[in-house]
Structure formats: structure tokens, C-alpha cells
Ligand binder design. Structure first.
Ligand SMILES: Cc1cc2nc3c(=O)[nH]c(=O)nc-3n(C[C@H](O)[C@H](O)[C@H](O)COP(=O)(O)OP(=O)(O)OC[C@H]3O[C@@H](n4cnc5c(N)ncnc54)[C@H](O)[C@@H]3O)c2cc1C
Length: 459
């Protein structure tokens, strides 16, 4: 067996997220994320029922669910749990989707938008259930989420999304803004950009100060959540192999051999009857999935802010490359976490400029903020047709599964993905299998709106 190193770390040379810094720096946070005390029982001689590759939220949730359902599971991770994007996330578990319900409805119809909404609701409920079942201490709480108008958008966009989200079955409502500095700024910006007749119409619409509220979103500390799931997985008899990268997977009949670099006990091979690749970008895929999604870099800056200065909530603007905002409490200190400035990976990489833009935007819209505490970046994969991918890996063995295409809702999507793949392996029905099937066509019919449409990333 292998000891699990004390903390979840990210790769050297990359930016350090708030969560990774906290895991390194304070006792309280270290206790939340230190997994060295967890018993680990890796055995590689007999084939596992399932090998799960990657210990981010997708792989961890899959391994946890399957082991709890009686399968013998091995979870293999190149570094440590939370080393990838789940250690860089802002962890907003949201029913609001960044690609908008009205887009989904116009592209696929009402039934699909209802299914998408239901999958997001189910995902949040399931996450909360697991937190309760395992007694995970990860600062989980329900908060409202607010979508507000960006100066680049027409006010009707909020009304459209309100109608579409309601039709999709979500308990949304239009409310007065809860942070007034946001609307004052937006009104004046908007007025300066338009003709006087147009601007007076827009100003009056903006003055009605309507925001779209998505109630009961879920906020948590992502590394603490992952540690809690890992603990439950190990207690149920699961095997965790950190610091073991899977290089290739080959199939002989119904048995897969996973070839690993670094090492697994005394062997560099591991055998399993089913393989779940949850490495965010599926390394086993050479073509199929990479043509259906595009990689985006996204940036985060965190600021000190006075306790109670703004209500504890998620905030998003309507911009295509939108800003996403939440609060987080570290001891006595409240932090405002602000993300945005997305661009295609490999294009116009200038992190200093992206962070500076984010800081400028934040100081303008949330003048209450104090000094900057952390800055980092990460990557998200945007599927061409806005829907995540989870299920059987196309053109592969029938027991090879993938979870990818996270998009801006990666935390909920990965949790849904873990459910879909687990249900397929367990032979249970799942209402979302077809919706998120990786072998679907996934064409972008509206490349203007679709982030992953034309203009593939330079990777
Ligand atoms: C800055 C940022 C903010 C975000 N904010 C939000 C948000 O507020 N809400 C939301 O819903 N989503 C958000 N997302 C998206 C969300 O965080 C991700 O979709 C999610 O964390 C992806 O989880 P994952 O398990 O698929 O991938 P990862 O967490 O990246 O896990 C994959 C793991 O696989 C391991 N691995 C890779 N290759 C191998 C190999 N060959 N062998 C073994 N292991 C391997 C990696 O080390 C990694 O640990 C955000 C993303 C970023 C970058």
C-alpha cells in the first residue's frame, strides 16, 4: 500500500489556487484536506471490478458511488486528489447554466431543457446527500444565485432566460438587485454607449432594477469535499493510488490492463473489468472527443471584503465570457472570489493582463473589496452543443467510460456524469444517459454563441 501525501497539491510551475494555499498554510484547513491519516488498501494482483482514472470531482464521485454500491474499485491519480481543475474551481454548484436555458430550448426543445434543469437539481441534491451521509465538513451551504445584466447585453436577455428557466422547471424569480453598486455602474455604462432615445429606453428598463434569482445553489470548499468523499471511499474498502499516472489502457477480452508510470506497489500494471477515464481531458481519446469540445483558460482573483458587506450569494453577469462571483469564509476573514476573462487555451495568453482586468472589474462593481489575496487560472472544456459528456467512450471497448466536457457547470456536470457512468456499470436505469451520451453528434449550429464552435484551440 502507499501513503497518501499530506496535502493535495497542484503541479509545480502552475498557479496556486486559494484552496491549495489554504491546504498548505493553516491547521484548520490542513485538517480539512489532509488525507495522510486515511487508511489505504491498494492491491493490484487480482483484477478490480472498476479502475477509475483521475481523482478530481468526476473520478472521486464515480469511485465513491461504485465502491458504496458493492463494486471493488481502484482510483488512480497522477498526483493527488484535487490536483487538477477541482483544486482550481470556484465551486459554485449552480442550476443556472452559463450557456442559457433559452439557447438549449431553441436548439433542442423544451423536453431537453427540462431534462438539463432536472439533472442540475439532482446533482446538487446528491452532493448534499453525500455530504450528510459522510458527515463531510466542507462549509457547504445553500445560497441564492443572481444573474444580472452586463452592459454589452440588452435587458430582454434576462426576461428571456427567466421564461426559459421557468419552463425548464426551475423555481426562478425576478427580484430587485441585492448589491446596488452593480446596477448604478451598469446604467451609466449602458447610457454612454447608445443613442439618446435608445439609452433612455434602456435606462428605464435598467432602472426597474430586475435581477434573475436562482434559489438554493450550493457553495462549498472543494478540496474538503473531495477529502470527505475519499474518506468514505476508503472506509468502504476502496483502493486509492496517488502519484501513479496511467499511460495506456489495453483490452484483452473483457479485461483491461492499465500501464502506469511512476509505480503501483511492485507492479506497473493493474487489471480491471471496467475503466472510467475521468482525467478531465480524456487522455485515451485521440480524436473523437477532441473534435467536439474546445479548451478555455479562465482566471480567478480573490479579495478581502468586510463581513456582511454584501449578501452571501453567487453573482453572474450575462456577458458571453461572463464573470462569476462568490464569497468564502476563512476563519474570521471573508473573501470575495471573482472569476472570468476566459479565452481559448493557447490564444492571447497574458495572465497578468487577465488578472488586472478582473481586478479592475471587481473594484468597479464591488467597491467594498480590500486587498487581493490569491490569483490563479485553470481550464474548462466547452462542448460544441453546450451539453456535457458522460457514458461509454466512442469507438472503444464496451466497458470503457469517460466523463468530460465539463463547461462552466463542471461541478454539477461531473457529479451527474459520475451517476450516469455508475448506473451504466451497475446496470441501473438513468434518465440522462442519452442526453449526455459521448457518441452523439454534438455539432455547433450557432457558432456565434457557442464558445466551442469555430476557431479550435491551439494545443
Ligand atoms: C478557475 C475555474 C473555476 C471554475 N468554477 C466553477 C464553478 O464555480 N462551478 C462549476 O460547476 N464548475 C466550475 N469550474 C469547472 C470545474 O471546476 C471542473 O469542471 C471540475 O473541477 C472538473 O473535474 P474533473 O474531475 O473532470 O477534472 P480534474 O479535477 O482536473 O480531475 C482530473 C484528474 O485526473 C488526473 N489525471 C490526468 N491524467 C491522468 C493520468 N494519465 N493518470 C492518472 N491521473 C490523471 C489529474 O491529475 C486530475 O487530478 C471551474 C473551473 C475552473 C478552472
Amino acid at each position: 500500500s502507499h501513503d497518501v501525501p499530506p496535502t493535495a497539491r497542484n503541479s509545480s510551475g502552475q498557479t496556486i489556487s486559494l484552496w491549495h494555499r489554504l491546504a498548505e498554510s493553516t491547521n484548520e484547513e490542513r485538517n480539512r484536506t489532509d488525507s495522510s491519516s486515511l487508511q489505504n488498501t491498494a492491491q493490484s494482483k487480482t483484477p478490480f471490478d472498476v479502475a477509475v482514472i483521475g481523482a478530481g470531482i468526476a473520478g472521486m464521485s464515480t469511485a465513491y458511488r461504485l465502491q458504496k454500491s458493492g463494486k471493488r474499485v481502484c482510483l488512480i491519480e497522477r498526483e493527488n486528489f484535487g490536483s487538477g481543475e477541482t483544486g482550481r474551481t470556484t465551486a459554485q454548484f449552480a442550476t443556472s447554466i452559463d450557456d442559457r436555458y433559452f439557447e438549449i430550448e431553441s436548439k433542442f426543445g423544451k423536453k431537453v431543457s427540462q431534462l438539463v434543469a432536472r439533472s442540475q437539481l439532482d446533482s446538487i441534491r446528491l452532493t448534499e446527500q453525500w455530504i450528510k451521509d459522510e458527515g463531510i465538513s466542507c462549509q457547504a451551504k445553500r445560497v441564492p444565485g443572481y444573474l444580472f445584466l452586463s452592459p454589452t447585453d440588452h435587458p430582454s436577455i434576462l426576461e428571456k432566460e427567466f421564461e426559459a428557466a421557468k419552463t425548464a422547471g426551475l423555481p426562478v424569480r425576478m427580484v430587485s438587485p441585492v448589491v446596488t453598486s452593480l446596477n448604478t455602474e451598469l446604467s451609466s455604462e449602458h447610457s454612454s454607449e447608445h443613442s439618446s432615445e435608445h439609452s433612455s429606453k434602456l435606462s428605464s428598463e435598467l432602472n426597474s432594477k430586475q435581477w434573475l434569482e436562482f434559489p438554493d445553489q450550493l457553495s462549498l470548499q472543494p478540496l474538503a469535499y473531495l477529502k470527505g468523499l475519499l474518506s468514505g471511499f476508503l472506509k468502504a474498502g476502496g483502493s486509492f493510488l496517488p502519484h501513479s499516472a496511467v499511460d495506456t489502457v489495453t483490452w484483452s477480452g473483457d479485461e483491461a490492463t492499465l500501464h502506469c508510470s511512476k509505480h503501483i506497489s511492485d507492479s506497473s500494471e493493474l487489471h480491471a473489468h471496467a475503466v472510467v477515464t475521468a482525467t478531465n481531458s480524456p487522455f485515451i481519446d485521440r480524436l473523437e472527443m477532441h473534435t467536439k469540445q474546445a479548451a478555455y483558460r479562465t482566471y480567478v482573483v480573490t479579495f478581502e471584503i468586510k463581513n456582511g458587506a454584501i449578501p452571501d450569494a453567487f453573482y453572474w453577469d450575462t456577458q458571453d465570457d461572463y464573470h462569476y462571483v462568490r464569497l468564502h469564509q476563512v476563519g474570521e476573514q471573508t473573501l470575495l472570489i471573482v472569476g472570468g476573462e476566459d479565452h481559448k487555451t493557447g490564444q492571447s495568453e497574458d495572465p497578468e493582463k487577465s488578472w488586472a482586468n478582473l481586478e479592475e472589474w471587481t473594484r468597479k462593481h464591488f467597491p467594498e473589496v480590500g486587498k487581493v489575496t490569491d490569483r490563479w487560472s485553470g481550464q474548462v472544456l466547452e462542448p460544441s452543443d453546450f451539453l456535457t459528456f458522460a457514458g461509454r467512450n466512442p469507438l472503444d471497448h464496451k466497458n470503457s467510460f469517460i466523463i468530460t466536457g465539463d463547461s462552466g457547470n463542471g461541478m454539477t456536470n461531473a457529479t451527474i456524469g459520475a451517476q450516469i457512468v455508475s448506473d451504466l456499470i451497475l446496470g441501473h436505469d438513468n434518465p440522462f444517459v442519452e442526453l449526455y451520451a459521448p457518441n452523439r453528434k454534438a455539432t455547433a449550429t450557432d457558432p456565434g454563441r457557442s464558445k466551442a464552435g469555430l476557431n479550435r484551440p491551439q494545443q
